[in-house]
Design a protein around this ligand. Sequence first.
Ligand code: DER
Length: 232
Amino acid sequence: DPTEESKRLSAYKAVDENFPDTPKVIGIGSGSTVIYVAERIGQLDNKRDFICIPTGFQSKNLILDNGLLLGSIEQYPELDITFDGADEIDSNLNAIKGGGACLFQEKLVAYSSKKFVLVADHRKKSSDLGKKWIKGIPIEVVPSAYVYVENKLKEYGAETITLRQGGSAKAGPIITDNNNFLIDAHFGIVSNPRELHLKLKNTLGIVETGIFTDHAKRAYFGEKDGSVTFRT
Ligand code: DER
């Protein structure tokens, strides 16, 4: 599958070019691309010399399945580097994350890291958030406030607002690892991600947004032709 191969190539290159010489604490994101990050790190000879911090259940299993040492963000609140995927990345390295419903822990781990590196296949490479990722901005909300938040999002001009459901996997809404709901809200092309993020964060009931701004140092993209490009 060419997309899988492009994910692997971007992840391998990101690790090869950014892994610290004397690693202490490494953040491992969530999703299907970061699988290859954990795989590549698992090939290192010194893989038992550092601690890995997960961003959710799947991430924790990536760490364990690759023979890496598992730690918690409470024990290790400062990390050397975090590698994670994204749903869309714009030309300024802003990202939409949360397609996998792990955005809170992902943001906590990413923003606790000295360096944050994104890995993605070519489908995520975009000029503006909202252009390629059409499922809306993931927003984590306190369950009792979800109607209040939906009304605020309407006031802010959101085009569609969806409480993320479990579908055939679960009757009723998705519950995050932090026991919250997730709303996906469409705001069209997001030309000022930071401004939208701050407006959302300033809304009662919103715990966190899937807009990651001003933190990623690099983004690696596995291209269709098998090459890997990056933005910094
Ligand atoms: O949910 C997330 O933020 C994940 O990082 C996810 O968006 C990455 O997805 P993928 O690597 O499976 O495309």
